[in-house]
Ligand binder design. Structure first.
Ligand code: F6R
Length: 243
């Protein structure tokens, strides 16, 4: 586990963006999966800036979605797809043919999961995964108690996830379940970055990553301690209970 702590959110985001840029330079046709949510938005801005300055080029990359709210698709403000479109995909001109995103509105979610697993398998495996962490320790929608052997699956959302979800939607959306890559995808990804910022994340960061803790699916993020190439990028506030 490589822990990087920075004085502020912008510098932690810059570290994550730097790792992504290095990845795409080393392997221009990388397969990425990038979390939506609030945390990575500064990283996305830095990536957009890098593309505009000619310092990064994602044209040959492919993108697998990490997760989506069941019942929502990319037309809904606050959906993961809409967030990715608005803050990254559309701004750097990623073509739809290079994006495989979960359709949370699909009538056949089992098929959505199977298609995603085939897409990832067909591309080797995920080269780089950028994650956030939920206040309950979730990764994507791998909620506390998840079976770590799963690939893509549909899950009931944890009460904390439902509670936090209100911040994404205006008008509000009633979300009860999610569709997500599984922890098998996470653990098989070549490189994983988890970005966390703000003092509201300090307690869960400590629970997941402090020295004496052991990995447990009750705190899905803690399983990343066993990932061979894992970068934990924190600002000082998120790291305050760790050190
Ligand atoms: C979003 C996702 C979630 C978030 C997590 C943190 O695609 O996968 O696991 O990364 O809930 O959310 P924020 O960044 O909004 O605190």
């Amino acid at each position: 586990m490589n822990i990087h702590v920075y004085p502020n959110d912008l510098e932690a985001s810059a570290k994550a963006a730097g790792l992504i840029i290095e990845q795409v330079r080393n392997k221009p046709d990388s397969l990425f999966s990038l979390a939506a949510g609030s945390t990575p938005l500064k990283t996305f801005s830095l990536l957009v800036e890098a593309v505009r300055q000619g310092k990064a080029d994602f044209d040959q990359c492919r993108f697998a979605s990490l997760d989506e709210w069941v019942g929502l698709d990319g037309s809904v403000q606050g959906s993961c797809r809409q967030t990715m479109n608005d803050h990254f995909f559309r701004l750097v001109g990623i073509l739809d043919k290079n994006i495989r995103f979960f359709d949370g509105k699909s009538e056949d979610l089992t098929r959505e999961c199977a298609d995603m697993d085939s897409f990832i398998e067909g591309n080797g495996r995920i080269d780089m995964l950028l994650l956030g962490i939920g206040l309950n320790g979730h990764l994507g929608f791998n909620e506390p108690g998840v079976n770590p052997d799963l690939y893509s699956h549909v899950t009931e959302l944890d009460p904390i996830t439902k509670q936090v979800s209100v911040k994404y939607f205006d008008p509000p959306q009633a979300v009860a379940s999610g569709i997500t890559l599984g922890l098998r995808h996470v653990m098989e990804a070549r490189t994983v970055i988890l970005l966390a910022s703000g003092s509201h994340k300090a307690e869960i960061v400590r629970s997941a990553f402090h020295d004496q803790g052991s990995p447990t699916e009750r705190i899905p993020a803690s399983l990343l301690r066993e990932h061979p190439n894992f970068h934990l990028c924190l600002d000082q506030s998120a790291a305050e209970q760790l050190i």
